[in-house]
Write a protein that binds this ligand. Structure first.
Ligand SMILES: [Zn+2]
Length: 80
């Protein structure tokens, strides 16, 4: 499975025994645009790395992170 944002492979999450326990990636919301500026489908999924950005943006939208602490490349992914 490919990340809808960066197009890299989505690495499966492993449990303590090393077995795959989740391989469907993460919900990238509120990121609506991929790295090259295309609007993503509603069923977009993202990798662990991009999910960190999505979480940061959720905190930003909730007013818990100041704008100057959010990388500009992430702000570009927000819905217009
Ligand atoms: Zn990604």
């Amino acid at each position: 499975m490919k990340c809808s944002i960066c197009r890299n492979d989505i690495e499966p999450l492993l449990n303590e025994s090393g077995q795959v326990c989740w391989d469907q990636g993460h919900n990238p919301a509120p990121i609506a645009y991929d790295n090259i500026g295309n609007l993503m489908p509603e069923d977009a999924r993202c990798c662990n790395k991009c999910n960190d950005g999505a979480v940061t943006l959720r905190l930003y939208q909730a007013g818990m992170v100041k704008k100057y602490r959010v990388p500009k490349r992430l702000l570009k992914g927000l819905p217009k």
